[in-house]
Design a protein around this ligand. Structure first.
Ligand SMILES: Nc1ncnc2c1ncn2[C@@H]1O[C@H](COP(=O)(O)OP(=O)(O)OP(=O)(O)O)[C@@H](O)[C@H]1O
Ligand SMILES: [Mg+2]
Length: 333
């Protein structure tokens, strides 16, 4: 069962996801490459619509036909993409847990929160009946639900938004997953609870070796809790590497843009400069760099083709041909 070949836990290559819409087929994940090491917390950031949720859903093959996933998702060396649904079910929720972005739609409204945890414990652990009940209360306590022995009987609608989000985390953790896919798990939570959840994820990483892909809009959360970060733009990885160097000296103009659009504790008086314009809708990117129309560093060379993700400074990968100019040049207003 245990991963022991020393390679990445998860290795995603050329992941491509298309959905059928009324207007035709659209590409929402457009060639994502990512690795997750055992016990690593990988941050996944990018503006709304960049493909973060679709990437997570594609890993677990939670894309309903006629939606289609192609490429490779190597889980402990085994490709999940061609697996039959029955084989996938043995991995989904058990080896790879998921916390969905919208807790109300992911929770079952007619089952108590406790019953939903018990369901997962029964499906994915060897615990007996009494032990499962005790564990369900323990899991609610772990995610900071007050009076868990009573609240375990509540239904999702009796929980606040933040409590539902924490209940989702408790359900996902019930199976002791080796990898947790967490889609905005702390977004509706106040700072204290957010901090508590992030510390919990770090604790589970340290004690159980659980790896996490953490989707968030909050670059501060990434700085605080992630080892590496992948910046997604228009369904592709723009920059990918250790959090320290990527945030200190970004090598993709989009990463720099994101960093400049949020308050920076070190430069409190610096004005915020949101990136002008909006990300392109799926399948509207031509043969240029997808960020080119919004980029202050763009030159004619950026129109030559979508730049590949290649090694850049300090072990990171970047898909920007102007990566080396970013440090020296002022962002064009
Ligand atoms: N059911 C759907 N049908 C058609 N297009 C969709 C569907 N769901 C998502 N998309 C499109 O897929 C792209 C990626 O969406 P995704 O939900 O992965 O973005 P995201 O990065 O998670 O954004 P957010 O930060 O808002 O959660 C977007 O352009 C979105 O409009
Ligand atoms: Mg999303």
């Amino acid at each position: 069962m245990m991963h022991d070949n020393g390679g990445p836990l998860l290795s995603i290559r050329a992941l491509r996801t298309t959905l059928a819409t009324e207007g035709g087929r659209v590409t929402v994940v457009d060639g994502v490459d990512l690795d997750v090491q055992p016990g690593e917390i990988l941050g996944l950031v990018g503006e709304s619509g960049s493909g973060k949720s679709m990437t997570l859903r594609s890993i677990l093959r939670l894309i309903r036909p006629p939606g289609q996933v192609t490429g490779q998702v190597l889980w402990r060396g085994r490709d999940l993409v061609p697996l039959r649904e029955a084989e996938m079910r043995a991995i989904r929720g058990r080896e790879i847990g998921m916390i969905f972005q919208e807790p109300m739609t992911a929770l079952n409204p007619v089952l108590s929160v406790g019953a939903q945890i018990l369901e997962n414990l029964a499906a994915h652990t060897d615990l007996g009946r009494a032990a499962r009940r005790a564990r369900a209360v323990e899991l609610l306590n772990l995610v900071g639900i007050p009076a868990p022995a009573q609240r375990v009987h509540d239904f999702p609608h009796q929980f606040s938004g933040g409590m539902r989000q924490r209940a989702m985390i408790a359900i996902a953790l019930a199976s002791n997953p080796t990898l947790l896919l967490a889609d905005e798990p702390t977004t509706a939570l106040d700072v204290t609870i957010q901090d508590q959840i992030l510390k919990l994820l770090q604790h589970l990483r340290e004690t159980l070796g659980m790896a996490v892909i953490l989707v968030t809009h909050d670059l501060g959360v990434v700085a605080q809790s992630c080892d590496r970060v992948a910046v997604l733009y228009a369904g592709r990885v723009a920059e990918y590497g250790a959090v320290g160097p990527v945030f200190a000296t970004p090598r993709h103009a989009y990463t720099l843009g994101l960093l400049r659009s949020v308050p920076d504790a070190r430069h409190a008086r610096q004005p915020l400069r949101p990136i002008a314009g909006a990300p392109p809708p799926p399948d509207t990117v031509g043969a240029t760099c997808a960020f080119m129309p919004r980029c202050g560093f763009a030159t004619a060379a950026c129109a030559a083709g979508r730049p590949p993700l290649v090694p850049a400074a300090e072990g990171r990968l970047s898909a920007c041909i102007h990566g080396d100019r970013l440090e020296a040049t002022e962002w064009a207003a």
